[in-house]
Write a protein that binds this ligand. Structure first.
Ligand code: TMO
Length: 341
């Protein structure tokens, strides 16, 4: 009856409808007024940040353990917020271009010493944005399990000059009598290490072999320890080896431009790896399409022991990357849930 009256009044519709609403609240829902008002306030403040798109957040899967576990840790965090996630197996160096053009939504482990060129190139071309920096500092370098030093297999290590006199200790069946450096896959750093041997004048007695994958590095660590023979492998920190005992070799200090790929020469390319940062990046649309997930991703940052523990669940405990991530999330609820709020 009342609504018929209101419609006939034309201009008064809005006002009268509001009045009607107030009356209803007062007459019928007196007990819930404050609840209704609160809900309205939350809706208003929440609507300042639009809801996230249901389109999947595309997370890269690369070929080392902490990256893979962290991919599923971040994906699990997003899923806990109601987001959809898609995991995309990706080659490392081209992944930055893939973020730039939107084939990937983000990258979560950008290692300065080996990836900053690709990262900044994608940023300069436009489309990839800086999404913040982890707490962990990074190093990617050749080194030895610490027991090699304790057994004094090459006196003078970790100073690189010790390598001039002990290549026989690091010879293997496939190294032609030379000492062998087991480098990561060639797709990680190209010719940085073969060039380094030349730059240091060690190439006559030393050679680089590229591992097929990260697993080959850990297999070699175990085999060498079992056989009590020296081994030099490429490794990095943060990693599970931070806890198990690994010593990086000290090379001449890095400086910008010393490497061949950055315009250096044989005189300069003997430089070591630079210590660096560990960053995140995202496609520039991510903050707009998924404001809540982006905010959480930009807040997220991991420490050296946290990243080391992600890798250890796989490389020491033998878990799958997915299971390791589930366990990590369950064990560290107090670490990551604040980022989602
Ligand atoms: C990119 N990595 C940490 C394997 O050197």
């Amino acid at each position: 009856m009342e609504s018929c009256f209101v419609i006939q009044k034309g201009k008064l519709i809005t006002q009268t409808t509001e009045e009607k609403g107030m009356k209803l609240y007062k007459n019928r829902f007196t007990g819930s007024i404050s609840a209704v008002l609160l809900a309205t306030l939350f809706t208003v403040s929440g609507s300042l940040q639009a809801a996230d798109s249901t389109s999947p957040i595309k997370i890269p899967l690369k070929n080392w353990s902490s990256q893979l576990v962290m991919a599923h840790v971040i994906g699990g965090m997003f899923e806990s917020m109601g987001n959809n996630v898609e995991y995309v197996p990706t080659e490392n160096q081209s992944s930055f271009e893939a973020v730039r053009n939107g084939d990937l939504t983000l990258v979560h482990e950008v290692w300065q010493s080996t990836m900053q060129n690709a990262y900044f190139n994608a940023m300069q071309k436009g489309g990839l944005i800086d999404a913040g920096t982890h707490a962990a500092a990074t190093l990617e370098e050749m080194g030895v399990p610490t027991w090699v030093i304790e057994k004094d297999l090459c006196p003078g290590l970790p100073n690189w000059e010790a390598l001039k006199d002990c290549h026989e200790v690091f010879a293997t069946a496939d190294s032609d009598g030379k000492g062998r450096w087991l480098e990561g896959p060639q797709s990680w750093h190209g010719d940085v290490m073969p060039n380094r041997l030349k730059g240091l004048g060690l190439d006559e007695n030393w050679t680089v072999k590229f591992a097929g994958g990260a697993d080959a590095l850990w297999t070699e660590l175990k085999a060498a320890e079992k056989e009590g023979r020296g081994t030099i492998i490429f490794n990095w920190s943060p990693n599970f080896t931070d806890a198990s005992g690994f010593t990086f070799i000290e090379f001449p200090p890095y400086y910008e431009g010393c490497r061949m790929i950055d315009g250096g020469s044989l005189e300069t390319t003997g430089c070591g790896s630079p210590p660096g940062w560990l960053k995140k990046g995202a496609n520039y649309k991510f903050p707009k399409t998924h404001p809540k997930a982006y905010t959480a991703f930009s807040k997220l940052l991991f420490t050296t022991p946290q990243i080391g523990s992600m890798a250890a669940l796989v490389d020491v405990e033998g878990m799958t990357h997915e299971d390791a991530a589930k366990k990590w999330l369950a064990d560290n609820v107090d670490v990551w849930t604040p980022w989602t709020k």
